[in-house]
Every structure is written in C-alpha cells, then in structure tokens.
Design a protein around this ligand. Structure first.
Ligand code: GLN
Length: 196
C-alpha cells in the first residue's frame, strides 16, 4: 500500500482525541469516523474507551453499526480499548438492557469487572511480543473472562485475568495505553493495515 496508512477513530463518544494524536504521531492519515461514508474511507479503525452503551446507541442511530460489522467481518484491522474492547467482543456480560456489540473478537468480556475500591488503577502488564511491559491504566475496565479458540490472550494481570487479546488483525485491551503515551498497540494496528 503506497503512502500513509488511512486509519479511523470511532468518534461517537469517548477519548477520541488521544487516539488521533497517537496515530498522527505514528504517521497515519487519521479520520474521525461518525458516518458510514467516513468508515468507507479508512483501512483500519480504533474503537476508543468511553461508555460502550452510549457508543452502541449512537452507532445504531447513525447507521454505522451494520457497516462496521460488515467491515470487521471482511477483515478490516481494528483495535478496541476498554469500551472499544466491549464493542468488539462477541459476548458481553453485565451489559445494559438491550446493549449490543459489533462483535468480531471471539471473547466474552464482563463490563465494570473490577470492584468499587478498584474502579481505576494503573499497573504494568507484560504483553506477548513487546520487549518491555506496558504501563496500563484501567478505568472502570472490563475483564476478558473467556478467550475462544479463534482469539489469543497476549496480556494478563498477575492473578491471571486476561486483559489483552489478539485475533488476526483484531486487537483488544481492557486498559488504556494511550493515556501513558504507549503506542505499541497502535503500531501493531498500523502493521496490520500496511500488511493488508
Ligand atoms: N465501563 C465502561 C463501559 O462499560 C468502559 C470504561 C472505559 O472505556 N474506560 O463501556
């Protein structure tokens, strides 16, 4: 693929700007995606953290949910963090009534899986293929409770709880790497985009 990779950031709600900044820093041409026409212009997508119930509702209201499902099924590289991971998961536990996900990742996630006193915390996570650990911020984060046969756990908490997965060109993390200036997940996404 010639030129800069064209990557979108789903921009319905959540920490869109941080992901745009990381991707631009890595040399991508970044498009905020709110409408199907914008989705059609990108070769990869970041689904940011925020509130998965709100992003789900807005995606359906804007006619973006079905095109997004189709692109993911067609193999578009995508990276979901926190709420974005919930939206990429094939199954969601403790979902709000009527909440849907786009799916694609063969995982079961539980929303808000960490207790009240532990709602937000930071810790280091070793990730498969990274030379040094990731400084990971968990903010009302989901836990990956089951990793299906098509997906692969690539990062876990000391107690074994899975918090990062990969499945082909799809990546998902429970935590926010972008708040600590971590860019290796975004780099991996761009490798997938360039490789397609
Ligand atoms: N708890 C949020 C949700 O269910 C996710 C939080 C986040 O993205 N930081 O969507």
């Amino acid at each position: 693929m010639a030129g800069r990779p064209r990557v979108g950031v789903l921009a319905l709600q959540g920490d869109v700007r941080e992901h745009v900044a990381v991707l631009e820093h890595l040399g991508a041409a970044v498009t905020p995606v709110r409408r199907p026409e914008e989705l059609a212009q990108v070769d990869g997508l970041v689904l940011p953290g925020g509130e998965s119930t709100v992003i789900d509702k807005l995606a359906r209201a804007f006619g973006l949910a079905e095109p997004l499902r189709a692109r993911i099924a067609d193999g578009m590289p995508a990276y979901g963090t926190c709420a974005g991971l919930i939206l990429l998961a094939d199954a969601v536990l403790d979902a709000a009534p009527g909440q849907q996900s786009f799916g694609g990742l063969d995982v079961v996630v539980r929303r808000n899986a960490f207790g009240r006193q532990n709602e937000s915390f930071e810790t280091e996570i070793a990730v498969d293929g990274f030379r040094s650990p990731v400084q990971a911020a968990f903010i009302r984060a989901p836990l990956i409770e089951r990793v299906g046969p098509r997906a692969r756990a690539i990062g876990a908490l000391p107690d074994g709880g899975v918090v990062a997965v990969e499945q082909g060109a799809l990546l998902g993390t429970s935590f926010h790497p972008e708040v600590a200036g971590e860019d290796r997940f975004h780099r991996r996404l761009l490798e997938h985009v360039r490789g397609r």
